[in-house]
Write a protein that binds this ligand. Structure first.
Ligand code: AVJ
Ligand code: FE
Length: 438
Protein backbone atom coordinates (compact mmCIF):
# COMPACT_ATOMS: atom_id res chain seq x y z
CA UNK A 1 0.00 0.00 0.00
CA UNK A 2 1.12 3.54 -0.78
CA UNK A 3 1.22 6.05 2.06
CA UNK A 4 -0.78 9.16 1.27
CA UNK A 5 1.27 11.95 2.82
CA UNK A 6 -0.06 15.29 1.57
CA UNK A 7 3.13 17.30 2.06
CA UNK A 8 5.13 14.62 0.25
CA UNK A 9 2.60 14.51 -2.59
CA UNK A 10 2.64 18.30 -2.94
CA UNK A 11 6.43 18.20 -3.06
CA UNK A 12 6.30 15.36 -5.58
CA UNK A 13 3.85 17.32 -7.74
CA UNK A 14 6.14 20.37 -7.74
CA UNK A 15 9.22 18.27 -8.51
CA UNK A 16 7.46 16.34 -11.29
CA UNK A 17 6.07 19.46 -12.96
CA UNK A 18 9.46 21.19 -12.76
CA UNK A 19 11.38 18.20 -14.11
CA UNK A 20 8.96 17.97 -17.03
CA UNK A 21 9.22 21.67 -17.84
CA UNK A 22 13.03 21.59 -17.74
CA UNK A 23 12.96 18.81 -20.31
CA UNK A 24 10.34 20.54 -22.47
CA UNK A 25 12.46 23.70 -22.45
CA UNK A 26 15.55 21.79 -23.57
CA UNK A 27 13.71 19.91 -26.33
CA UNK A 28 12.23 23.14 -27.70
CA UNK A 29 15.31 25.34 -27.41
CA UNK A 30 18.11 23.10 -28.75
CA UNK A 31 16.99 23.74 -32.35
CA UNK A 32 16.23 26.99 -34.19
CA UNK A 33 12.78 28.41 -34.95
CA UNK A 34 12.26 26.77 -38.38
CA UNK A 35 12.90 23.35 -36.81
CA UNK A 36 10.22 24.12 -34.21
CA UNK A 37 7.51 25.00 -36.73
CA UNK A 38 8.41 22.39 -39.40
CA UNK A 39 6.80 18.98 -39.58
CA UNK A 40 9.65 16.49 -39.52
CA UNK A 41 7.39 13.50 -40.22
CA UNK A 42 3.67 13.19 -41.05
CA UNK A 43 3.47 10.99 -37.93
CA UNK A 44 4.54 13.85 -35.67
CA UNK A 45 3.35 17.34 -34.73
CA UNK A 46 5.59 20.36 -35.16
CA UNK A 47 7.48 20.78 -31.86
CA UNK A 48 5.77 24.13 -31.34
CA UNK A 49 2.38 22.34 -31.37
CA UNK A 50 3.48 19.99 -28.56
CA UNK A 51 4.70 22.98 -26.56
CA UNK A 52 1.45 24.94 -26.67
CA UNK A 53 -0.64 21.74 -26.32
CA UNK A 54 1.25 20.99 -23.08
CA UNK A 55 0.33 24.46 -21.81
CA UNK A 56 -3.26 24.20 -23.03
CA UNK A 57 -3.90 20.84 -21.31
CA UNK A 58 -2.38 22.23 -18.11
CA UNK A 59 -4.64 25.26 -18.33
CA UNK A 60 -7.69 23.09 -18.99
CA UNK A 61 -7.16 20.58 -16.15
CA UNK A 62 -5.37 22.59 -13.48
CA UNK A 63 -6.51 26.19 -13.93
CA UNK A 64 -10.06 25.65 -15.24
CA UNK A 65 -11.17 22.27 -13.83
CA UNK A 66 -9.33 22.28 -10.48
CA UNK A 67 -9.00 26.05 -10.01
CA UNK A 68 -12.34 27.13 -11.51
CA UNK A 69 -10.66 29.89 -13.57
CA UNK A 70 -11.88 31.37 -16.82
CA UNK A 71 -10.17 30.35 -20.08
CA UNK A 72 -7.08 32.51 -20.74
CA UNK A 73 -7.31 32.25 -24.54
CA UNK A 74 -10.49 30.37 -25.49
CA UNK A 75 -9.81 30.97 -29.19
CA UNK A 76 -6.76 28.68 -29.19
CA UNK A 77 -8.41 25.65 -27.53
CA UNK A 78 -9.49 23.98 -30.75
CA UNK A 79 -6.00 24.35 -32.32
CA UNK A 80 -4.53 22.23 -29.56
CA UNK A 81 -7.31 19.66 -29.30
CA UNK A 82 -5.64 16.44 -30.47
CA UNK A 83 -8.97 14.99 -31.60
CA UNK A 84 -10.06 17.95 -33.69
CA UNK A 85 -6.85 18.02 -35.71
CA UNK A 86 -4.86 14.89 -36.63
CA UNK A 87 -1.09 15.27 -36.61
CA UNK A 88 -0.86 15.55 -40.39
CA UNK A 89 -3.02 18.72 -40.33
CA UNK A 90 -1.23 20.51 -37.51
CA UNK A 91 1.51 22.31 -39.51
CA UNK A 92 -1.12 24.14 -41.59
CA UNK A 93 -2.99 25.51 -38.53
CA UNK A 94 -2.49 29.12 -37.36
CA UNK A 95 -0.38 27.93 -34.41
CA UNK A 96 1.16 30.26 -31.83
CA UNK A 97 4.71 31.07 -32.99
CA UNK A 98 7.52 29.72 -30.77
CA UNK A 99 7.96 32.81 -28.56
CA UNK A 100 4.21 33.10 -27.94
CA UNK A 101 3.81 29.38 -27.28
CA UNK A 102 6.66 29.54 -24.75
CA UNK A 103 5.15 32.60 -23.09
CA UNK A 104 1.69 30.99 -22.88
CA UNK A 105 3.03 27.75 -21.36
CA UNK A 106 5.09 29.74 -18.84
CA UNK A 107 2.13 31.87 -17.81
CA UNK A 108 -0.06 28.81 -17.29
CA UNK A 109 2.71 27.21 -15.24
CA UNK A 110 3.08 30.25 -12.99
CA UNK A 111 -0.63 30.19 -12.20
CA UNK A 112 -0.64 26.40 -11.76
CA UNK A 113 2.13 26.62 -9.14
CA UNK A 114 0.20 29.33 -7.28
CA UNK A 115 -2.77 26.99 -7.29
CA UNK A 116 -0.66 24.04 -6.09
CA UNK A 117 0.37 26.05 -3.00
CA UNK A 118 -3.14 26.24 -1.65
CA UNK A 119 -4.80 23.28 -3.38
CA UNK A 120 -6.80 20.83 -1.28
CA UNK A 121 -5.65 17.31 -2.06
CA UNK A 122 -9.11 15.88 -1.46
CA UNK A 123 -12.77 16.54 -2.11
CA UNK A 124 -13.08 15.32 -5.69
CA UNK A 125 -11.47 12.49 -7.62
CA UNK A 126 -9.56 15.05 -9.65
CA UNK A 127 -8.00 16.64 -6.55
CA UNK A 128 -7.64 13.44 -4.48
CA UNK A 129 -3.94 12.92 -3.68
CA UNK A 130 -3.09 15.66 -6.17
CA UNK A 131 -4.16 13.44 -9.06
CA UNK A 132 -4.69 16.30 -11.56
CA UNK A 133 -1.16 17.63 -10.91
CA UNK A 134 0.28 14.14 -11.35
CA UNK A 135 -1.75 13.58 -14.50
CA UNK A 136 -0.50 16.85 -16.00
CA UNK A 137 3.13 16.10 -15.13
CA UNK A 138 2.70 12.69 -16.82
CA UNK A 139 1.05 14.32 -19.82
CA UNK A 140 3.95 16.73 -20.28
CA UNK A 141 6.50 13.93 -19.92
CA UNK A 142 4.60 11.82 -22.49
CA UNK A 143 4.88 14.74 -24.90
CA UNK A 144 8.56 15.09 -24.00
CA UNK A 145 8.98 11.51 -25.20
CA UNK A 146 6.93 12.34 -28.31
CA UNK A 147 9.17 15.37 -28.96
CA UNK A 148 12.27 13.20 -28.54
CA UNK A 149 10.85 10.93 -31.26
CA UNK A 150 10.47 14.04 -33.44
CA UNK A 151 14.12 14.86 -32.76
CA UNK A 152 15.09 11.32 -33.81
CA UNK A 153 13.12 11.71 -37.08
CA UNK A 154 14.52 15.17 -37.78
CA UNK A 155 17.17 15.35 -40.51
CA UNK A 156 20.28 17.42 -39.88
CA UNK A 157 23.14 17.61 -37.42
CA UNK A 158 23.07 16.56 -33.80
CA UNK A 159 21.17 18.94 -31.50
CA UNK A 160 20.95 16.86 -28.31
CA UNK A 161 23.71 15.16 -26.37
CA UNK A 162 23.82 13.02 -23.24
CA UNK A 163 26.39 10.74 -21.63
CA UNK A 164 26.27 7.07 -22.61
CA UNK A 165 25.11 4.52 -20.02
CA UNK A 166 27.85 2.86 -17.97
CA UNK A 167 29.44 0.03 -19.98
CA UNK A 168 28.25 -3.26 -18.48
CA UNK A 169 30.23 -6.50 -18.23
CA UNK A 170 28.83 -9.09 -20.66
CA UNK A 171 25.71 -10.62 -19.13
CA UNK A 172 26.44 -14.19 -18.08
CA UNK A 173 23.18 -15.08 -16.31
CA UNK A 174 20.56 -17.48 -17.67
CA UNK A 175 18.87 -16.48 -20.96
CA UNK A 176 15.39 -17.09 -19.55
CA UNK A 177 13.62 -17.36 -16.21
CA UNK A 178 10.73 -19.64 -15.19
CA UNK A 179 7.72 -17.81 -13.73
CA UNK A 180 5.60 -20.37 -11.84
CA UNK A 181 1.90 -20.45 -12.70
CA UNK A 182 -0.85 -19.17 -10.44
CA UNK A 183 -2.86 -16.04 -9.83
CA UNK A 184 -1.41 -12.59 -9.26
CA UNK A 185 -2.76 -9.06 -8.82
CA UNK A 186 -2.71 -7.06 -12.07
CA UNK A 187 -3.34 -3.31 -12.20
CA UNK A 188 -3.74 -1.03 -9.19
CA UNK A 189 -6.38 0.61 -7.02
CA UNK A 190 -3.90 2.28 -4.65
CA UNK A 191 -1.24 4.04 -6.75
CA UNK A 192 -2.40 7.66 -6.39
CA UNK A 193 -1.39 8.90 -9.86
CA UNK A 194 -2.15 5.72 -11.82
CA UNK A 195 -4.16 6.55 -14.93
CA UNK A 196 -7.60 5.13 -15.67
CA UNK A 197 -6.44 2.21 -17.85
CA UNK A 198 -4.21 0.83 -15.03
CA UNK A 199 -7.22 0.46 -12.73
CA UNK A 200 -8.66 -1.38 -10.89
CA UNK A 201 -6.46 -4.05 -9.27
CA UNK A 202 -7.82 -7.50 -10.13
CA UNK A 203 -6.76 -11.16 -9.94
CA UNK A 204 -5.34 -12.81 -13.06
CA UNK A 205 -4.61 -16.47 -13.52
CA UNK A 206 -1.39 -17.06 -15.48
CA UNK A 207 -0.02 -20.51 -16.44
CA UNK A 208 3.74 -21.21 -15.94
CA UNK A 209 5.95 -19.61 -18.57
CA UNK A 210 9.55 -18.80 -19.35
CA UNK A 211 10.51 -15.20 -20.09
CA UNK A 212 13.76 -13.71 -21.44
CA UNK A 213 16.01 -12.36 -18.69
CA UNK A 214 16.82 -9.29 -20.82
CA UNK A 215 15.32 -7.56 -23.84
CA UNK A 216 16.31 -9.03 -27.23
CA UNK A 217 19.61 -7.48 -28.36
CA UNK A 218 20.71 -6.06 -31.70
CA UNK A 219 23.12 -9.00 -31.97
CA UNK A 220 20.30 -11.56 -31.62
CA UNK A 221 18.10 -9.56 -33.96
CA UNK A 222 20.91 -9.49 -36.54
CA UNK A 223 20.97 -13.31 -36.48
CA UNK A 224 17.30 -13.19 -37.54
CA UNK A 225 18.11 -10.74 -40.36
CA UNK A 226 21.11 -12.76 -41.52
CA UNK A 227 19.07 -15.96 -41.47
CA UNK A 228 16.76 -14.34 -44.05
CA UNK A 229 14.05 -13.52 -41.51
CA UNK A 230 12.66 -10.66 -43.60
CA UNK A 231 12.46 -12.87 -46.71
CA UNK A 232 10.54 -15.77 -45.23
CA UNK A 233 6.78 -15.38 -45.08
CA UNK A 234 6.39 -18.24 -42.60
CA UNK A 235 7.67 -16.15 -39.67
CA UNK A 236 5.23 -13.30 -40.24
CA UNK A 237 1.65 -12.53 -39.31
CA UNK A 238 -0.18 -12.07 -42.68
CA UNK A 239 -0.71 -8.30 -42.21
CA UNK A 240 2.90 -7.92 -41.09
CA UNK A 241 4.17 -9.73 -44.17
CA UNK A 242 2.02 -7.53 -46.43
CA UNK A 243 3.30 -4.43 -44.63
CA UNK A 244 7.02 -5.20 -44.89
CA UNK A 245 6.65 -6.18 -48.55
CA UNK A 246 4.71 -3.04 -49.44
CA UNK A 247 7.17 -0.75 -47.67
CA UNK A 248 10.33 -2.73 -48.51
CA UNK A 249 11.24 -3.08 -44.83
CA UNK A 250 14.25 -5.32 -44.19
CA UNK A 251 15.77 -4.04 -40.91
CA UNK A 252 14.80 -1.89 -37.89
CA UNK A 253 14.04 1.75 -38.66
CA UNK A 254 17.12 4.02 -38.92
CA UNK A 255 19.42 1.08 -39.84
CA UNK A 256 21.34 0.72 -43.09
CA UNK A 257 24.08 -1.54 -44.36
CA UNK A 258 27.33 -0.04 -45.60
CA UNK A 259 30.70 -1.63 -46.34
CA UNK A 260 29.66 -4.95 -44.81
CA UNK A 261 28.53 -3.32 -41.55
CA UNK A 262 25.19 -2.40 -40.06
CA UNK A 263 25.01 1.27 -39.16
CA UNK A 264 22.25 3.28 -37.54
CA UNK A 265 21.33 6.94 -37.33
CA UNK A 266 20.65 8.13 -33.78
CA UNK A 267 19.86 11.78 -32.98
CA UNK A 268 21.92 13.15 -35.85
CA UNK A 269 24.93 10.84 -35.64
CA UNK A 270 25.71 7.63 -37.53
CA UNK A 271 27.25 4.73 -35.63
CA UNK A 272 27.86 1.00 -35.82
CA UNK A 273 24.90 -0.95 -34.42
CA UNK A 274 26.06 -2.09 -30.96
CA UNK A 275 25.40 -5.84 -30.66
CA UNK A 276 24.88 -5.91 -26.90
CA UNK A 277 22.24 -3.19 -26.80
CA UNK A 278 18.48 -3.98 -26.79
CA UNK A 279 17.04 -3.71 -30.30
CA UNK A 280 15.14 -0.45 -30.84
CA UNK A 281 12.68 0.89 -33.45
CA UNK A 282 11.01 -2.38 -34.36
CA UNK A 283 7.30 -2.77 -35.03
CA UNK A 284 5.04 -5.29 -33.30
CA UNK A 285 5.08 -7.28 -36.54
CA UNK A 286 8.88 -7.44 -36.49
CA UNK A 287 8.92 -8.46 -32.80
CA UNK A 288 6.28 -11.11 -33.47
CA UNK A 289 8.19 -12.49 -36.48
CA UNK A 290 11.48 -12.63 -34.58
CA UNK A 291 9.80 -14.50 -31.73
CA UNK A 292 8.31 -17.07 -34.12
CA UNK A 293 11.70 -17.52 -35.81
CA UNK A 294 13.26 -18.08 -32.37
CA UNK A 295 10.65 -20.76 -31.58
CA UNK A 296 9.07 -18.48 -29.04
CA UNK A 297 6.32 -15.84 -28.76
CA UNK A 298 5.76 -12.40 -27.26
CA UNK A 299 4.65 -12.42 -23.62
CA UNK A 300 1.07 -11.47 -22.93
CA UNK A 301 0.55 -8.25 -21.05
CA UNK A 302 -0.39 -10.26 -17.92
CA UNK A 303 2.80 -12.34 -18.22
CA UNK A 304 4.87 -9.16 -18.56
CA UNK A 305 3.26 -7.59 -15.49
CA UNK A 306 3.52 -10.74 -13.39
CA UNK A 307 7.25 -10.94 -14.20
CA UNK A 308 7.64 -7.25 -13.29
CA UNK A 309 5.53 -7.02 -10.13
CA UNK A 310 4.77 -10.34 -8.51
CA UNK A 311 6.89 -11.31 -5.52
CA UNK A 312 6.60 -15.09 -5.14
CA UNK A 313 7.84 -15.10 -1.52
CA UNK A 314 5.56 -12.31 -0.35
CA UNK A 315 2.79 -13.43 -2.73
CA UNK A 316 1.86 -9.87 -3.68
CA UNK A 317 2.33 -7.40 -6.51
CA UNK A 318 4.76 -4.54 -5.96
CA UNK A 319 5.12 -1.19 -7.73
CA UNK A 320 8.37 -2.08 -9.55
CA UNK A 321 10.53 -5.16 -10.20
CA UNK A 322 12.88 -4.12 -7.36
CA UNK A 323 10.16 -3.33 -4.82
CA UNK A 324 8.03 -0.34 -3.87
CA UNK A 325 10.74 2.37 -3.87
CA UNK A 326 10.61 5.07 -6.57
CA UNK A 327 13.14 4.51 -9.39
CA UNK A 328 16.74 5.61 -8.70
CA UNK A 329 19.49 5.82 -11.36
CA UNK A 330 20.86 2.41 -10.29
CA UNK A 331 17.48 0.73 -10.96
CA UNK A 332 16.70 1.71 -14.53
CA UNK A 333 17.55 3.81 -17.58
CA UNK A 334 14.79 6.45 -17.51
CA UNK A 335 14.26 10.17 -17.96
CA UNK A 336 16.32 10.90 -21.09
CA UNK A 337 19.43 10.74 -18.88
CA UNK A 338 20.92 8.77 -21.78
CA UNK A 339 19.82 8.91 -25.39
CA UNK A 340 20.02 5.15 -25.93
CA UNK A 341 19.24 1.90 -24.13
CA UNK A 342 21.88 0.39 -21.83
CA UNK A 343 23.54 -2.93 -22.74
CA UNK A 344 21.45 -6.04 -22.04
CA UNK A 345 22.05 -7.22 -18.49
CA UNK A 346 22.61 -3.74 -17.06
CA UNK A 347 21.01 -2.52 -13.81
CA UNK A 348 21.39 -5.60 -11.56
CA UNK A 349 19.83 -3.53 -8.74
CA UNK A 350 16.67 -3.19 -10.80
CA UNK A 351 16.11 -6.91 -11.35
CA UNK A 352 12.95 -8.71 -10.28
CA UNK A 353 12.90 -11.31 -7.47
CA UNK A 354 13.22 -14.04 -10.14
CA UNK A 355 16.14 -12.21 -11.78
CA UNK A 356 14.45 -10.60 -14.80
CA UNK A 357 16.33 -7.44 -15.84
CA UNK A 358 15.52 -4.13 -17.53
CA UNK A 359 11.76 -4.54 -17.37
CA UNK A 360 11.58 -0.84 -16.53
CA UNK A 361 13.31 1.70 -18.79
CA UNK A 362 15.63 1.18 -21.80
CA UNK A 363 13.04 0.12 -24.43
CA UNK A 364 9.25 -0.11 -24.50
CA UNK A 365 8.42 -3.79 -24.79
CA UNK A 366 5.77 -5.00 -27.22
CA UNK A 367 3.39 -7.56 -25.72
CA UNK A 368 1.12 -10.06 -27.48
CA UNK A 369 -1.96 -8.28 -26.10
CA UNK A 370 -4.52 -5.93 -27.62
CA UNK A 371 -5.26 -2.75 -25.64
CA UNK A 372 -8.40 -3.66 -23.65
CA UNK A 373 -9.96 -2.30 -20.45
CA UNK A 374 -9.55 -4.21 -17.19
CA UNK A 375 -12.70 -5.62 -15.58
CA UNK A 376 -14.32 -2.71 -13.72
CA UNK A 377 -12.64 -0.01 -15.86
CA UNK A 378 -14.13 3.48 -15.60
CA UNK A 379 -12.93 6.27 -17.91
CA UNK A 380 -11.36 9.10 -15.88
CA UNK A 381 -11.11 12.03 -16.19
CA UNK A 382 -11.86 12.00 -19.94
CA UNK A 383 -12.70 9.13 -22.28
CA UNK A 384 -10.24 10.30 -24.93
CA UNK A 385 -7.27 9.36 -22.73
CA UNK A 386 -7.83 5.57 -23.01
CA UNK A 387 -11.36 4.47 -23.73
CA UNK A 388 -11.57 5.56 -27.36
CA UNK A 389 -8.46 3.47 -28.13
CA UNK A 390 -9.61 0.14 -26.66
CA UNK A 391 -9.91 -2.65 -29.21
CA UNK A 392 -7.91 -4.98 -31.43
CA UNK A 393 -6.21 -2.32 -33.58
CA UNK A 394 -3.74 -1.32 -30.84
CA UNK A 395 -1.09 -3.50 -29.17
CA UNK A 396 0.11 -2.88 -25.61
CA UNK A 397 3.69 -1.88 -24.80
CA UNK A 398 5.08 -2.10 -21.27
CA UNK A 399 7.92 -0.92 -19.07
CA UNK A 400 8.85 2.48 -20.50
CA UNK A 401 11.99 3.48 -22.37
CA UNK A 402 15.10 5.60 -21.77
CA UNK A 403 12.94 8.51 -23.00
CA UNK A 404 10.26 8.17 -20.29
CA UNK A 405 10.40 9.97 -16.98
CA UNK A 406 9.69 8.02 -13.82
CA UNK A 407 6.47 9.97 -13.18
CA UNK A 408 5.02 8.25 -16.28
CA UNK A 409 6.56 4.81 -15.70
CA UNK A 410 5.68 2.05 -13.23
CA UNK A 411 4.90 -1.66 -13.15
CA UNK A 412 1.25 -1.04 -13.98
CA UNK A 413 1.74 1.65 -16.68
CA UNK A 414 0.23 0.80 -20.10
CA UNK A 415 1.20 2.26 -23.47
CA UNK A 416 -0.30 1.31 -26.82
CA UNK A 417 0.27 1.82 -30.53
CA UNK A 418 -0.51 0.38 -33.96
CA UNK A 419 1.41 -2.83 -34.74
CA UNK A 420 3.13 -1.18 -37.76
CA UNK A 421 4.64 1.67 -35.71
CA UNK A 422 8.38 1.77 -34.98
CA UNK A 423 9.42 5.40 -34.75
CA UNK A 424 8.64 4.95 -31.04
CA UNK A 425 11.38 3.69 -28.70
CA UNK A 426 10.16 0.11 -29.01
CA UNK A 427 11.88 -3.23 -28.47
CA UNK A 428 10.74 -6.50 -26.93
CA UNK A 429 11.59 -9.67 -25.06
CA UNK A 430 10.21 -13.14 -25.80
CA UNK A 431 8.52 -15.90 -23.78
CA UNK A 432 7.32 -19.49 -24.09
CA UNK A 433 4.74 -21.52 -22.23
CA UNK A 434 6.36 -23.88 -19.71
CA UNK A 435 4.24 -26.79 -20.93
CA UNK A 436 5.87 -26.62 -24.37
CA UNK A 437 9.31 -27.94 -25.25
CA UNK A 438 11.73 -25.75 -27.20
C1 AVJ B 1 -0.33 6.97 -24.23
C2 AVJ B 1 1.53 7.64 -25.54
C3 AVJ B 1 -0.39 6.67 -26.59
O1 AVJ B 1 0.92 10.16 -27.06
O2 AVJ B 1 -0.93 9.45 -27.93
C4 AVJ B 1 -0.58 12.38 -24.79
C5 AVJ B 1 -0.28 9.86 -24.51
N1 AVJ B 1 -2.39 11.23 -24.51
N2 AVJ B 1 -1.63 13.23 -24.81
C6 AVJ B 1 -0.17 9.59 -26.99
C7 AVJ B 1 -1.06 11.14 -24.60
C8 AVJ B 1 -2.73 12.54 -24.65
C9 AVJ B 1 -0.58 8.92 -25.67
N3 AVJ B 1 0.06 7.58 -25.50
FE1 FE C 1 -1.56 15.30 -25.29
Amino acid sequence: DVDIDIAALRERALRSLTTARDRTTLLTSCVEGPDLTAQHSPLMSPLVWDLAHIGNQEELWLLRNVGGREAMRPEIDSLYDAFEHPRSERPSLPLLPPAEARQYAAEVRGRALDLLDGAAFSGTRLTEAGFAFGMIAQHEQQHDETMLITHQLRKGPQALTAPDPEPAPPFTGPAEVLVPGGPFTMGTSTEPWALDNERPAHRREVASYWIDTTPVTNGRYLAFIEDGGYEQERWWAPEGWAHIRQHAISAPQFWHREGGQWLRRRFGITEVVPPEEPVLHVSWYEADAYARWAGRRLPTEAEWEKAARHHPGENRSRRYPWGDADPAPAHANLGQRHLRPAPAGSYPQGESPLGVRQLIGDVWEWTASDFEPYPGFAAFPYKEYSEVFFGPEYKVLRGGSFAVDQVACRGTFRNWDYPIRRQIFSGFRTARSAAETV
